[in-house]
Ligand binder design. Sequence first.
Ligand code: URA
Length: 195
Amino acid sequence: MAKAKQLEELKAKIIEDKVTPELAEQAAQLVFGDGSPDAEIVFIGEAPGKNEDLKGVPFVGAAGKFLDEMLDSANLQRKDVYITNIVKYRPPNNRDPEPDEKAAFWPYLLKQIAIIKPKIIATLGRHSGQVFLPDLRISADHGQPKRIHVTMDGKEESIIILPLYHPAAALYNGGLRQTLLEDFQSVPKLLGVSN
Ligand code: URA
């Protein structure tokens, strides 16, 4: 089955399975993902904010604008990559997602990744990074790719995790803006690495 169709079915399954019903009830809609199902790189943020909740698309607010700039700096566009979040409903008042909410979405996130089969997962922020690299210290480890092995659909797959700061952090810390842009420059080279 085509990847786009598999992703559509996964999206429908999240709704059918009533994942995090309390979050679903308060959110305007599910924010599943955006971009190419054939992307070689998937960006994973934490959870949708207000703008994302209204539009149903991840990273369309101020942080998203900076993410678009980062993509542009590497000659990439949204249609070349795939963007999603760990938690796919907006938490009330933009609070951090709870561990049980992240855990509830984990199997669906893994399935989403298994469908796309990217070479690289770029995690945006500490929370997203620690889902894949539990010992991550973002201040020391940002920009340093790590190869991990995850079991997807019963098969062990090797994948590169590139831990990045969250683009929202660059909005209130100007220094991080440059750091993020610099860390991002490794993306085209990593995309050239074969699995
Ligand atoms: N921050 C995130 O982590 N995800 C979004 O989709 C928007 C802002």
